[in-house]
Design a protein around this ligand. Structure first.
Ligand code: AMP
Ligand code: MG
Length: 424
């Protein structure tokens, strides 16, 4: 559990924001103040640690590479034996393969056949590629134009003994797992996975496998939330659909808060519905209800239920995904121990569609980034942008982010895009 004492009320009074028109950046900053990573640590074999977050620095117990070794297949020799221009002939004294070092003495005037990764023999200071020599029986002819120290990887060049190879807070991807293995380390300390409980609210919602009566719809938010949490490697507690009934909701909030680090709900935070949910959450914890100056995703609730963080997302399926990407994702990564929390890649590209936009809110339109035959990237909007239309998310691979002050966008204008393909 996180330990930051929280008084949302106090913090919100101290701030001069308007909860009825909360800027996206302000809401993010506000949430960030209350996030401290899980403290529990597990020791795992590096294979099992994939996707986890390092809880301790990994310190190198050895020099990497351990010895001076060759970067090429060729010949190890003394630079002093070469002529700046013109040829010399050196006797081949033996060979050094990767893992099988040369055991003899390399006297002046001789060289050692060496393969990539082979330990450089004592006395040698330069490697000449095999393509640059003429080999004949037990000697080689080598021309001029070489540099002392060429093609040689020095001991400790990548990492020295005692140096930090990976810092606490780093995510363990295949590259990090390989790096740790290359140090001969088999176990690492990682933060325990974040526990997230989630449920959908709404009398109109039915679960898959149940026929729909008039006015009912299938619950899809629980599945998108499940998918996004799985991508973030969270431990999940799926609590199903909870009807808009104060007693049932109170029970669900209590169970969720007692069993998870984070509670996420969808629906029930819009005007009209918010009133009774608000009373309930006031009773169970400290929660602020915002109307964020954004589209889609206007209503959002954030706070604490007992020791758990609470995110009350809107009900509309696209709003759920947008608010998750824009607020929940970074919060969960921070709570999981990631330091720094990686930003989703974002950059400017020309937009081939013209976009309708009124100033006053940040808009997150769904975009498809594509490359033309000349290799240039541009973005187009993915059809109907209604906040209930999941197809526009499904066809998108990025958000087109239009800032609060922005008005209509003419086709061809540069716009900010944020890549959404991976949540993490
Ligand atoms: P609400 O915020 O609860 O008023 O919901 C806003 C809209 O989103 C309504 O049209 C709901 O039917 C729809 N909605 C709410 N929850 C879900 C859900 N879990 N899956 C699909 N649609 C939902
Ligand atoms: Mg509802």
């Amino acid at each position: 559990m996180t330990s930051t004492p929280l008084s949302i009320q106090a913090a919100s009074c101290a701030d001069d924001y308007d909860p009825n028109s909360m800027p996206v950046a302000k809401a993010r900053e506000f949430i960030a103040r209350f996030l401290s990573p899980v403290s529990a640590v597990e020791h795992l074999h590096i294979r099992a640690a994939l996707g986890r977050v390092l809880a301790e620095d990994v310190v190198s117990p050895l020099d990497v590479p351990a010895h001076d070794n060759s970067a090429m297949d060729g010949y190890a020799l003394r630079f002093a034996d070469l002529k700046p221009s013109g040829e010399v002939t050196l006797r081949i004294a033996g060979s050094a393969f990767a893992g099988v070092p040369f055991q003899g003495q390399m006297h002046p005037g001789s060289c050692v056949r060496i393969m990539t990764g082979g330990v450089v023999p004592v006395g040698a200071d330069t490697i000449v590629m095999q393509e640059h020599v003429v080999a004949q029986d037990d000697s080689v002819r080598i021309g001029g134009g070489h540099q002392q120290g060429q093609n040689l990887r020095r001991a400790g060049e990548d990492l020295k003994t005692g140096q930090v190879a990976l810092k606490r807070g780093r995510p363990l991807r295949p590259a990090e797992i390989g790096l740790i293995a290359s140090l001969g380390i088999g176990e690492v300390s990682v933060y325990r996975r974040l526990r997230v409980a989630f449920f959908s609210t709404g009398d109109e919602l039915r679960s898959i496998g149940t026929p729909l009566a008039e006015g009912q719809i299938y619950d899809s938010n629980r599945y998108t939330i499940h998918g996004m949490l799985a991508r973030l490697n969270c431990e999940m507690i799926d609590m199903g659909v909870i009807r808009d009934d104060p007693a049932l909701l109170e029970g669900a909030f209590r169970v969720a808060a007692a069993s998870a680090d984070v509670v996420i709900t969808s629906g029930g935070v819009s005007v009209g519905e918010a009133d009774f949910v608000k009373d309930l959450l006031d009773k169970l914890g400290e929660v602020v209800f915002w109307k964020i100056a954004m589209k889609p995703g206007r209503p959002l609730a954030y706070g604490r239920l007992g020791n758990a963080h609470f995110f009350g997302l809107p009900g509309n399926p696209v709003s759920v995904m947008v608010t998750f990407y824009q607020f929940v994702r970074a919060a969960l990564l921070k709570l999981s121990g990631l330091d720094p929390v990686p930003e989703l890649p974002s950059f400017k590209v020309p937009c081939t569609s013209s976009l309708k936009k009124a100033p006053g809110r940040t808009e997150f339109q769904r975009g498809a980034l594509t490359q033309n035959a000349a290799g240039e990237w541009s973005v187009r909007v993915t059809g109907e942008q209604g906040s209930g239309i999941l197809r526009s998310m499904s066809e998108a691979n990025c958000f087109i982010i239009l800032p609060e002050t922005q008005g209509n966008v003419a086709a061809g204008t540069l716009v900010d895009v944020q890549v959404m393909d991976s949540v993490a």
